[in-house]
Design a protein around this ligand. Structure first.
Ligand code: GNR
Ligand code: NI
Length: 179
């Protein structure tokens, strides 16, 4: 297990489309394990492989662990990681939902994003078995945010140009100050 370094906006990798995985083998499982460890370390609720510089269609999520509830308890939450390889949205609701999103690749930045309220996802699990799951609430928001990453899209791409530029400027300033 290893904690992997994250990439941050405006790294051009964040705009690249990730490649499908041919087979869920031990090498892929190693990456899935390292991504979960990295996500837990950064107290995220999701992580796409591209965020650790790997252009493969892989994401992990753990809604409980990164939540405020667990942070307040000292981050000693139960771990219930979800691993998805080659995830695909096979259905999405007409009804929409607004959620204030953040992203580990845009530290300290948050904005409200509108997305379909519910989605159905097909993916390969940790053992390479095909799964289908209906997502609502935070799981729906998170899985859509992560699948966006696999397609080179980040949450700021859902905002108006003005809001997007404001976040990109703030981020640039923040990184300058931390150098
Ligand atoms: O940790 C994360 N929190 C979050 C909050 C609202 C909507 C989406 C997310 S995902 C984010 C981790 C991340 O950047 N995943 O790509
Ligand atoms: Ni993100």
């Amino acid at each position: 297990m290893a904690i992997l370094p994250l990439i941050y906006s405006p790294d051009p990798l964040l705009k690249k489309i990730s490649e499908p995985v041919a087979e869920v083998n031990d090498e892929i499982r190693q990456l899935l394990d390292d991504m979960v460890e990295t996500m837990h370390d950064r107290q995220g609720i999701g992580l796409a492989a591209v965020q650790v510089g790997v252009l493969k269609r892989i994401l992990v999520m753990d809604l409980g662990y990164g939540s405020k509830r667990y942070a307040e308890a000292g981050g000693e939450g139960e771990s219930n990681p979800i691993h998805m390889v080659n995830p695909e949205i096979v259905a999405s609701s007409d009804e929409e939902n607004i959620y204030e999103e953040g992203c580990l690749s845009f530290p300290g930045q948050f904005a409200e994003v509108i997305r379909p309220k519910m989605v159905t996802i097909e993916y390969l699990d940790y053992d390479g078995n095909k799964q289908r799951v209906d997502c609502d609430e935070l799981l729906s928001t998170c899985v859509q945010h992560e699948i966006d990453h696999l397609n080179g899209i980040t949450f700021v791409d859902h905002l108006s140009r003005v809001k997007r530029n404001m976040i990109l400027k703030k981020l640039e300033k923040q990184f300058k100050h931390n150098m």
